[in-house]
Design a protein around this ligand. Structure first.
Ligand SMILES: C[S@@+](CC[C@H](N)C(=O)[O-])C[C@H]1O[C@@H](n2cnc3c(N)ncnc32)[C@H](O)[C@@H]1O
Length: 383
């Protein structure tokens, strides 16, 4: 990941603007005096840089939870900042940034119908499907950012207009997507033999997948893991409203990168196709968490926040890891949501005005995020 070390770093007073970046302020950790976060805004991204004072200098790198895509934006911001350093070393050679035009903006999700692929990896399958069916809208979900950047580049090169890429964990996004999905492909998901709870195919996600399907829409799981196949089939058979068909070694016109690998190794490949046999019951809530704008403090000690044990509710958890201060604002480094797949975020709390915002984007409006957010607001107002 891009970073640099400098013997000394003397930036102009913030806020200052340079090369399209606004370096807004530097907030100092109240927990560890060596650590601070610099809030940076760019026309397409809002993120933080992490600054750590070390022996003999200072280290600057991207703060993980708000890291922008493409990573070239972060690299560029660090490069601008590094000009104020003495004896700088690091890995800031600027690379070509793919366009963000087809990076999904969940604040503007308005597709009447869409096809989804979860965990597209190299994107071979997804790109071919989108190319062959320009009348359809495709959405690819990934957590691995290099794969996302690679596919964004391909979309640009191929001139595709019907493929959007979402940087999201399927286990949370599936809960909030609207029920307009015509087909959902999961090809060669990581089988997690020792940690089945990390799988994409769980009772919870299956319920959500079935709920977003349009009539006749189909979930297609393709895997080389017999154990994954069997356990997913069992989940499907236990679901109240699900029809399943199975196949073994069914030939395919379009072959993904992983499939090509398993075929070369002469492995068996299993298909599970599922349809919902009932009309979907979907809450149709806004996709992103609604944000209250008036969280007024009642007198709080920052240390009482991070020293608190994680709050564990029935279906959520919340842990405040650090509080960083800039004038009357606090940046809260939190981990929250579903304990099985926690989300790390930085929130900016304007304690004077009461405004609370998530740096780099609001979380999805899942039950776990909603409840964790409510618990956070209650905590900030209580203290
Ligand atoms: C084994 S690869 C398969 C890639 C591709 N489907 C293929 O067949 O070549 C699994 C992919 O799923 C992605 N992935 C894993 N967990 C995920 C999650 N919770 N949400 C979205 N993508 C995920 C991984 O980053 C990885 O790219």
């Amino acid at each position: 990941m891009p970073h640099f070390y400098a013997k000394e770093l003397a930036t102009p007073p913030m806020p200052f603007e340079e090369q399209g970046f606004k370096f807004c302020y530097e907030a100092q950790s109240l927990r560890d005096p060596r650590v601070s976060l610099i809030r940076v805004q760019h026309p397409s991204s809002d993120f933080c840089l992490l600054k750590i004072v070390q022996q003999g200098g200072v280290l600057c790198k991207g703060e993980k939870s708000s890291r922008p895509i493409p990573v070239g934006i972060l690299q560029h911001a660090l490069e601008v900042l590094s000009h104020y350093g003495k004896q700088v070393r690091g890995n800031l050679a600027l690379s070509h940034c793919p366009s963000r035009a087809f990076l999904m903006d969940f604040g503007r999700f308005d597709f009447e119908k869409f096809y989804l692929e979860i965990g597209f990896g190299s994107g071979r399958f997804l790109l071919q499907k989108a190319q062959a069916n320009p009348e359809n809208i495709y959405i690819g979900l990934e957590v691995h950012t290099p794969s996302i950047e690679q596919v964004l580049r391909q979309i640009e090169l191929l001139g595709l207009k019907n493929l959007y890429i979402a940087h999201a964990d399927a286990r949370t996004l599936l809960e909030v997507l609207p029920p307009n999905c015509e087909g959902l492909d999961i090809h060669f998901p990581v089988p997690w033999p020792k940690h089945p709870n990390r799988r994409i195919f769980t009772p919870h996600t299956l319920e959500n997948m079935l709920a977003i399907l349009r009539p006749k829409g189909e979930i297609w799981l393709r895997t080389d893991s017999l154990e994954y196949f069997k356990s997913s089939l069992e989940l499907a058979l236990n679901a109240p409203t699900c029809q399943a068909t199975i196949a073994k070694n069914a030939p395919q016109e379009v072959v993904s990168k992983y499939e090509a690998r398993w075929v070369r190794q002469e492995k068996d490949i299993y298909d599970l196709r599922l349809q919902s046999s009932a009309k979907s019951v979907h809450p149709n809530l806004p996709l992103l968490l609604p944000m209250p704008q008036n969280v007024k403090p009642k007198g709080v000690k920052a240390s009482s926040l991070w020293q608190k044990k994680p709050i564990i509710g029935e279906d959520y958890f919340l842990n405040i890891q650090d509080v960083l201060e800039y004038e009357d604002s606090w940046l809260l480094a939190v981990s929250l949501g579903d304990v099985r797949f926690p989300l790390n975020k930085i929130l900016c709390w304007d304690r004077g005005g009461g405004g609370l915002e998530y740096v780099g984007g609001v979380p999805f409006n899942t039950k776990a995020q909603r409840h964790a957010h409510e618990a956070l607001c209650a905590l900030l107002q209580e203290v």
